[in-house]
Design a protein around this ligand. Structure first.
Ligand SMILES: C[S@@+](CC[C@H](N)C(=O)[O-])C[C@H]1O[C@@H](n2cnc3c(N)ncnc32)[C@H](O)[C@@H]1O
Ligand code: SF4
Length: 289
């Protein structure tokens, strides 16, 4: 598989309003840091220089709506990376009709709201009813109370019964498609590596392009192709290796707008189109690792 940068996550903050029992926030003391603006501007300049047209996700391990700079940063990102799909995942705790309007006005293309309690599900449905139709269609609401297959985040999350290597024969697309930038600018191997124990580079001293094409990612990708040299973390990973690429995410919105359909599209909690078998290509499946 050739590397194609399809999605960039930027952890603008690690602060959160919750401590969900399936999330590393409940297990590790994650200090509430906010990314320095100079680092954010540098990342966006790097992506602009690359003419980045994938999904630009403003979150990783925190709650993005706690960051009051978000709208201003969205405006900057929208100007420098106009072809990207500007996206957030949020728990919706701080979402109001006014905040939704200001985020969309600032350039947010879509958001996924994860409701983790019955009350939050009801609140979000009520809130959506108050929004104009064009804004409603930009919100993907997930009733996360129904989710039972949370990943163990490489063994950190213990509420999830450990499943012994459920996807041992599949080539994980993440190091070939996605870049995970932590709040300090260090780049992690993937979302399971949320403590950055497998650093791929540091944006304090390197560019996005350098890291993506650099030796750390090259070694991981080569290890996957050779099947028996994947990072230690990957042997314990129980995250479904499929995900929706930027075109699949864009397509979630287009039909509803064109047909006048008032329903809202959905992605599941791992970022795949709900109900879809979203493996990137059938050829990604390997017979053994
Ligand atoms: C860490 S959260 C950050 C954004 C925001 N606070 C939220 O909850 O939507 C990003 C995504 O990771 C998901 N997530 C958290 N813990 C997970 C786990 N153990 N397995 C799979 N997904 C997880 C969340 O449901 C959410 O979709
Ligand atoms: S899943 Fe989201 S809302 Fe829950 S603790 Fe983690 S970051 Fe916070």
């Amino acid at each position: 598989m050739q590397p194609v940068l399809d999605c960039v996550f930027i952890e603008t903050t690690t602060a959160c309003t919750r401590r969900c029992d399936f999330c590393t926030h409940a297990y590790i003391d994650i200090p509430p840091h906010f990314m320095h603006e100079s680092l954010f501007l540098k990342i966006i300049a790097d992506l602009g220089e690359m003419d980045f047209a994938g999904r630009l996700a403003f979150y990783l391990n925190g709650e993005p709506l706690l960051d009051t700079r978000l709208e201003r940063w969205l405006r900057i990102a929208k100007t420098r990376c106009p072809k990207a799909l500007h996206f957030i995942n949020t728990n919706g705790d701080l979402l109001t009709p006014e905040r939704a309007a200001s985020l969309f006005a600032a350039g947010l293309d879509a958001m996924k709201v994860n409701s983790y309690t019955g009350k939050a599900v009801e609140r979000l449905e009520h809130l959506k009813g108050q929004l104009p139709r064009d804004e409603r269609h930009k919100i993907l609401h997930s009733d996360a109370t129904k989710i039972t297959d949370w990943s163990s985040r490489g063994g950190v999350v213990t509420t999830t019964p450990k499943r012994p290597r459920p996807y041992p024969d599949t080539l994980c697309p993440r190091p070939f498609r996605q870049l995970y930038i932590t709040v300090t600018g260090r780049v992690a191997l993937c979302c399971t590596d949320d403590q950055c124990s497998h650093p791929m580079g540091d944006l304090a001293t390197q560019s996005v392009r350098e890291i993506w094409a650099g030796p750390a990612f090259a070694a991981v990708r080569q290890g996957f192709h050779e099947r028996d040299r994947v990072p230690a973390l990957c042997y314990d990973c129980d995250l479904d290796p499929s995900y929706s690429n930027v075109e699949q995410v864009r397509a979630l919105f287009a039909p509803a707008c064109a047909s006048g359909d008032t329903s809202t599209p959905d992605l599941d909690h791992q970022g795949r189109q709900a109900g879809a078998s979203a493996h990137l290509q059938p050829s990604l499946s390997l017979s053994s690792t």
